[in-house]
Design a protein around this ligand. Structure first.
Ligand SMILES: [Zn+2]
Length: 363
């Protein structure tokens, strides 16, 4: 019985294993309130010695002033890391905690297996009400991103952060669709040429995704502009008073007299537009000076949802009319939703957006 039990346990452990991630939850804080679902050990990482035993279910505050080591971590005494529930300032996570001292403060880091991490990411990066095949595509994209970017924040003592800079991760909510999407794609990532692929994604392409070369300058064979099932989704409009617009280009610019930009047509390139039709450069003629500005700089300056837009001047207003949300590179989440509703599998959706990359199960 004992041996049979041991074998079953080992097999179960193997099937539940996934690589461990260090996710930066709170950066440079002086205290944090924690609570663990099972007994844990606090280990000083300088000496490797257990410096405290932590009972289950008891909330306590850790202050950076009381931490007498540069690095320490809390792991469960008896159960697997993935089965430990940790409450950090009232939010629930899976896994343990690491502290890294930064001068007089510390970074609070979640030690979490990738699969458990994804349960927290998926509900924040995509609505759990989206069709299951879209959620599964998102799970593969988020898993690939996490695996590809391990060590991105190495200098701060963790792999990836918990904000939009990396992926939004703000506690774990149990939702049947999220659980299903993560479990049914367990260990699956996108690869290209034997390496983990860059699986960028964005909210809405507006009709056609964008080549990565036109956004960040370096070409990647599987991040090219692809057409969408729905043309021109999600229109938006941003109006800026003419005076405010002109003032953003400095005193030397004067008043805006003319905007030179070819008319937008999704999928139609021009000298001043990319292959998807996004703005490469617009020429702004002021009363004192002419300025050429890139679409992404215009997007930043006026907080535009995307670079797929037209500009018109009507009366005392500059009007931006456009489509889509986000940088446009890789998978469009609204597009994935539409394709899933149209009966596409998550594999087909991923192969559409990461054209030429391959879906692989790595554990
Ligand atoms: Zn980050």
């Amino acid at each position: 019985m004992l041996i049979a039990g041991g074998v079953a346990c080992a097999a179960e452990k193997k099937s539940a294993w996934s690589p461990e991630l260090k996710v930066g939850l709170i950066i440079a804080t002086d205290k944090v309130t924690l609570n663990f679902s099972a007994p844990c050990n606090l280990t000083d990482l300088e000496t490797g010695k257990v410096i405290a035993k932590i009972p289950a279910g008891k909330s306590f505050v850790v202050k950076s002033s009381e931490l007498k080591t540069s690095a320490a971590e809390i792991r469960p005494q008896k159960i697997a890391l993935k089965d430990l529930q940790t409450t950090v300032n009232g939010k629930i996570y899976f896994g343990g905690i690491r502290f890294i001292k930064v001068k007089n403060l510390f970074n609070v880091i979640n030690l979490v297996p990738v699969e458990e991490y994804l349960h927290g990411v998926l509900s924040k990066e995509m609505s759990p009400d989206f069709p299951i095949e879209a959620l599964k595509a998102q799970a593969v994209a988020a898993r690939s991103f996490a695996m590809k970017n391990r060590g991105k924040h190495e200098l701060e003592g963790f792999d990836i952060c918990a904000t939009v800079h990396c992926q939004v991760y703000d506690g774990v909510i149990s939702h049947w669709a999220v659980n299903k999407a993560v479990e049914e794609t367990r260990g699956e990532i996108m690869t290209f040429g034997g390496k983990i692929a860059d699986t960028n994604f964005h909210a809405d392409s507006g009709g056609m995704t964008e080549s990565v070369r036109d956004v960040w300058g370096t070409a990647t064979p599987y991040l090219i502009a692809v057409r969408e099932i729905i043309n021109l989704s999600s229109p938006w409009i941003v109006k800026v008073p003419l005076k405010d617009f002109s003032s953003r280009f400095g005193d030397g610019f004067g008043d805006l007299k003319l905007v030179k930009l070819s008319k937008m047509s999704v999928g139609q390139s021009a000298d001043d537009r990319t292959s998807s039709g996004r703005v490469k450069t617009a020429r702004l003629v002021g009363s004192n000076k002419t300025v050429d500005i890139s679409g992404s700089n215009l997007r930043r300056k006026f907080s535009l949802p995307s670079t797929l837009f037209d500009i018109t001047v009507v009366g005392n207003e500059v009007i931006f009319r456009g489509y889509g949300r986000g940088h446009g590179v890789g998978m469009s989440q609204m597009g994935a939703k539409s394709y899933a509703e149209d009966g596409w599998s998550y594999r087909k959706i991923l192969e559409h957006y990461y054209s030429g990359a391959e879906l692989k199960k790595v554990y």
